[in-house]
Design a protein around this ligand. Structure first.
Ligand SMILES: [Zn+2]
Length: 94
């Protein structure tokens, strides 16, 4: 985590929480997690200094009898997962 002001205008500086563009010379807080940099504007950082909701949601499903993260499936199984249709059991009963 580091704080600073914006120096390079070519890079897009967007607040992770509110989505606003951080203007030149505006203070922000930067968080680096697993090689990815996330920024918070000063107002959002003062509201909540903890970075939340930055991780991708891991989806688990059943494949050949095992419950495994879909991201770890091979391409063919992932395509099959995308083709699956979901339905609501509660609405289908008599
Ligand atoms: Zn913000």
């Amino acid at each position: 985590m580091r704080d600073g002001t914006r120096k390079n205008m070519k890079q897009k500086y967007i607040c992770h929480d509110c989505g606003k563009t951080i203007q030149k010379n505006e203070e922000f807080m930067a968080y680096e997690i697993e090689g990815v940099e996330y920024l918070k504007c000063k107002a959002c950082h003062q509201k909540d200094p903890v970075l939340r909701n930055f991780r991708k949601t891991e989806v688990y499903s059943r494949v050949v009898g095992y419950i495994r993260p879909v991201d770890q499936w091979n391409q063919g199984k992932r395509t099959e997962f995308d083709d699956r249709k979901t339905f609501d059991l509660a609405g289908s009963c008599c």
